[in-house]
Unconditional design. Structure first.
Lengths: 323, 323
DNA sequence: ACCGGCGATGTGACCGGTCACATCACTGAT
DNA sequence: ATCAGTGATGTGACCGGTCACATCGCCGGT
């Protein structure tokens, strides 16, 4: 029994007699043989696996996308690696690119929700097989397959929801994002403009809840602010607290909307009105796209568009009798 | 210039003249040479990297530990892989063990906060280099290096804090955990017993906020419940909401304490009294321990013990006048 | 009976590093 | 001046798979 036959069996080559295959499989089982992934990668020229490039592994969107990738990769026997790029600084980006350029990184999924990921995507040589998870409409200049959750419509829906409750306009506290105009922002702006509502300046918030809290305090000081669309749920909770600390009730005086629908958001007080995003499906779709490069047609994963889930943090603005 | 010399330079062998080393480094730089990790792993017999075995990548404690490991590994040029074990079912465990037994997995860090991780740890052949992140005092039967955050003291502190506020006893909603008696539970029970307070039955909660909510509703129905120590912050928020929905004010009527101090917990309403856990440091310590096997003495990472941070969700129980 | 053709299997080189060992140049002691 | 001893470098085999290609056995057509 030659080595080559074993190799063929393990790679599902059609050139093996069913009978032989059975024998080989049996021997493998009996001997407890396990192929060596490093040797395979070396011979193949590239590892059979995925490396996920991400700016963070703990933030909800990133972690959930990673989870989706992993869930799809595991049953396929693919190894999953992670490589964090902390910032878009040239050194960080270069190191990350070099890391995933190594054939043993396998295929690459770049989570390009932010500047760091986008920079890696731009700098990645085209001979490295990769797909990107991005914002809707982001990175049109990069010739890579992009998978995204189109949150523009949902951002629009959320804004219109607030407007329809009677709010004069909707303020927006943004999270760090690749383009100055993210899909969330675009949908928000769009809805405001269509409704003829004033478009307030975007308030920049960081990933830290504390920075969102500060943004919230600033917003709370402005009596014209009665509705706030936040870049994510954590931002929303901090903004809500800032409003509360400033004596402005949510949703009685100000309405707040988040993005993500993190686990537990429904149990906050007030239960958060937010946009549910299926990041795990996004991750699964990325893996499917990465794999579909190989000959067979892409078994496209269907992505449910983000959708607004209305809970308790939104309500009509206070009647102006007191003003 | 032979290949071997290059190899020596890259491995920081002392047997290279400084002058030669400089030349090699320069040539590497000029040629843009990058060593191939798969080839290296094959020659070395084992990859220069870490694989993290975990039951989940999104739960706060797990994700933060992973993050700590990654943060420590990256500057060292180590690759980081993840392998999820979904349950303690024999098949899941076996697959995970086989996966990390492959030399290309490198060293292994098993996050054994739960039954799945513990099962992998038990089944892992001793020739696979591994360390475990566990609960304090968990898995005494496994001959592996264990790193843990000793939350027993903090659990005790939290319980005593509640007792000292005047609560007759403290109930506990547990999260899934390895042993029936986790360190959190042990500290809680300990404090209760020392104070001569009754020890109520532990209420089992799952990872899902919803299951914690149900547990909270059950607790809310019992007028004797005035203080609840929850297994984690997400559980705490759901329990708090259950109490709220049942018309019992927190902290006016019932006090609630969490574990973890997740980002944003200070901005919840009421701001959560919780036990801060430095999972990232735990992760860094695991990596250090894994690496210290190699000859040189372990540069032990110092772990700050978990500590109680008192905020708004705890207060004296209501005076009994109304009863 | 002969041959072409094809499917199943075996052979050797190779992927890119590592290891053990051989070799070399140079040093200082005798 | 000779030699042992040492540190720096080169040599070959090897890690465990893959690839391209050679070979084998069997089939049917003439």
């Amino acid at each position: 029994m030659s080595y080559q036959t074993v190799s063929r069996v393990l790679n599902d080559s059609p050139r093996v007699r069913p009978d032989t295959r059975r024998q080989v499989l049996e021997a493998i089982d009996r001997l407890g043989y396990r192929p060596n992934r490093a040797a395979r990668a070396l011979g193949l020229g590239r590892a059979h696996g995925v490396t996920v490039v991400t700016a963070d592994t703990t933030l909800y969107g990133y972690a959930s996308t990673l989870r989706g990738i992993e869930e799809a990769a595991r049953p396929l026997g693919l190894s999953v690696g992670i490589r964090v790029v902390e910032s878009e600084r040239p050194d960080d980006v270069r190191h990350a690119v070099e890391y995933v350029s190594d054939p043993s990184a396998g295929g690459v999924v770049v989570i390009a929700f932010d500047a760091a990921g986008a920079a890696v995507l731009r700098a990645l040589p085209l001979d490295v097989p990769a797909v990107a998870a991005t914002e809707a409409g982001g990175l049109p200049d990069v010739p890579r397959e992009m998978i995204f959750l189109d949150e523009r419509q949902a951002a629009s829906d959320a804004t219109r929801h607030l407007l329809s409750l009677g709010h004069r306009t909707v303020h927006h506290v943004a999270i760090p994002s690749e383009t100055g105009a993210s899909a969330r922002q675009a949908g928000w702006r769009d809805a405001l403009e269509r409704a003829g509502a004033p478009v307030p300046a975007v308030v920049p918030g960081g990933w830290e809840p504390r920075s969102a809290y500060r943004a919230g305090r600033a917003l709370a000081a402005d009596p014209l602010v009665t509705a706030v669309l936040c870049g994510n749920d954590t931002t929303a909770i901090a903004v809500r607290r800032a409003l509360y600390d400033a004596g402005r009730d949510v949703p009685g005086e100000v309405s707040v909307v988040g993005f993500d629908d993190v686990p537990g958001a429904e149990f906050w007080t007030p239960a958060l009105t937010t946009v549910r995003m299926d990041f795990a499906a996004l991750g699964r779709a990325c893996l499917a796209a990465l794999l579909s490069d190989d000959a067979d047609p892409a078994p496209r994963v269907k992505l449910d568009p983000p959708c607004l889930v209305v809970r308790e943090s939104t309500a009509p603005p206070p009647t102006r009798t007191g003003m």
